[in-house]
Design a protein. Sequence first.
Length: 248
Amino acid sequence: MERSTFLTIAHRGASAYAPENTFAAFELALQMGVRHIELDVRVTADGQAVVIHDETLDRTTSGAGPVAQRSLAELKEFDAGSWFDSRFASEQVPAFTEVLERYAKLAHLHTEIKSGQVGFCKHIIDEIHQHGAEQRVTITAFELAHLVEVRRLAPNLSTGWLVRNITEELIATAKRMGIDQLCPQASTVSPEIVRLLHNEGFTVRAWGVPSEAVMRAVVRSGADGMTVNFPDKLIHYLAMGEKGSTPI
Ligand code: G3P
Ligand code: CA
């Protein structure tokens, strides 16, 4: 893997430094030079797609209870930044359409479908089509059913399957379903796994990077990319190689 083409994907934006899944975190990622952003989408009570990780509002907003029981207008009333730092008190839960509008021309959007019935996929795909962003989005999910539905409705959209670890059965399933990218948990990624997946025709991008040591191990494995909360550190490491390592 050419380091210059390694996919540095800001996980929920530059979420080590700004509240996850907000414009503040996405803007900061862009300022760091990142051109790949990961975000999570869930469905609201009125069928809209919003960008938030948890099933409930409690951890990352001033609201409480399930996201799925609130309308988009209600969600917009909540403060989605103060939990992280009072400087971010004006942040709101973004609608997916707003993220497409603001960022689809600036970054590739690794869009994880977190919730909703399989029918929710159509709504997301329609929004991607409305923004002409088909080449700028990769749909990811842990639930294979979502990806199968995306493949059925939009065969040209890139898809990545988030998995804990790689098994032969999983590879066979992913090939059968036409999945483009396999996304194993970072701690399970090794040069052997990456070689195997490349030979099977998948790109490999890791998730769940808890430390710079794991970040470096993923790069050294030959993987194609990773989501990371501290993309500035990954950019620095890719530019400097081992000389750029922070001692641990
Ligand atoms: O990169 C994928 C990763 O975001 C999956 O886990 O819990 O952070 O959505 P989670
Ligand atoms: Ca995610």
